[in-house]
Design a protein around this ligand. Structure first.
Ligand SMILES: [Zn+2]
Length: 280
């Protein structure tokens, strides 16, 4: 008789944990490169592929899937009552724009030592800003475009030079004239504001909390300093072509800590926003 009891308990527990799945709300696209915002019962412990994720007092949290993320991901939720739920997440594979560029001379291919050392220093600063953890709950807001206009570059695209793959493009580029206003896509704290980085020129990072940040590259003017708080829609900078840019545009990036994500996964399509603007 006593041998039967543990089996009965286990089957009740699995039924309950199955019902508990209604307790997790996941908002986002289940594709590579996406940022997911989620909500659980406060006090729940959350793990993505066994790594713990910070959850705020309201039960909100965020996580991302990298450009080449594995298509099978596993979310583990340990509810306050001790029940554990395993929630497999199946991602859609994305096709990225790949452009082959051949016949480039060896001289151009060779990296310049000054550029290398300056960009290494810049990367360290950027990495430090994206490592920070802040308590802000702004990450869970509905984001807006920092600027509207023609999209001139997309996330994930890559050039292959003489057969050698270059670094993929991790931002969304919006073409605009130098001096066009850039606004904060959500509330946050400025975690980096530098006017002259080697590749990215005028560079700003807004920390939206819980590892979620926005970066803006090639800016001509930066209105806010590090440590300053901003609200969604606040004017923070002006578009430029500073650093290594071929023309004026805003390069907007979204990160979850060091993970580079596609900003277009958290805002309405540019087409729909521009149509709305035209109708008003
Ligand atoms: Zn760009």
């Amino acid at each position: 008789m006593s041998k039967v009891i543990p089996i009965v308990i286990a089957s009740i527990a699995s039924m309950l944990s199955f019902q508990a799945s209604a307790q997790v709300e996941l908002k986002g696209n289940f594709t590579q490169g996406s940022l997911i915002r989620a909500k659980v019962q406060p006090g729940t412990l959350v793990y993505l592929n066994d790594a713990p994720i910070d959850v705020n007092a309201e039960g909100q949290f965020a996580f991302g899937f990298a450009r080449e993320a594995e298509l099978e991901q596993l979310l583990k939720l340990v509810y306050p009552d001790g029940l554990t739920e395993l929630k497999p997440l199946n991602l859609a594979k994305r096709e990225y724009k790949i452009q082959k560029v051949n016949g480039i001379s060896k001289k151009i291919m060779k990296p310049d030592p000054t550029a290398l050392s300056r960009s290494a220093q810049d990367s360290k600063q950027v990495k430090a800003a994206r490592t920070q953890f802040t308590e802000s709950n702004a990450f869970s807001q509905t984001f807006i475009w920092p600027l509207t206009g023609r999209i001139s570059g997309v996330y994930g695209s890559q050039r292959v030079y003489n057969g050698k793959p270059g670094t993929p493009h991790y931002g969304v580029d919006v073409a605009a004239k130098t001096g066009t206003i850039v606004v904060a896509p959500a509330d946050g704290i400025i975690s980096l504001s530098v006017s002259d980085m080697f590749y990215s020129g005028g560079t700003m990072i807004i920390d939206h909390g819980y590892g979620v940040s926005s970066s803006f590259l090639h800016l001509s003017k930066l209105y806010v300093k590090e440590g300053q708080e901003v609200k969604q829609g606040d004017k923070v900078a002006e578009v430029g072509a500073t650093g290594r840019a071929t023309g004026p545009h805003l390069d907007w990036r979204v990160n979850w800590y060091q993970m580079r994500l596609d900003p277009t996964t958290i805002v309405p399509s540019m087409k729909s926003v521009l149509e709305k603007q035209a109708a008003n």
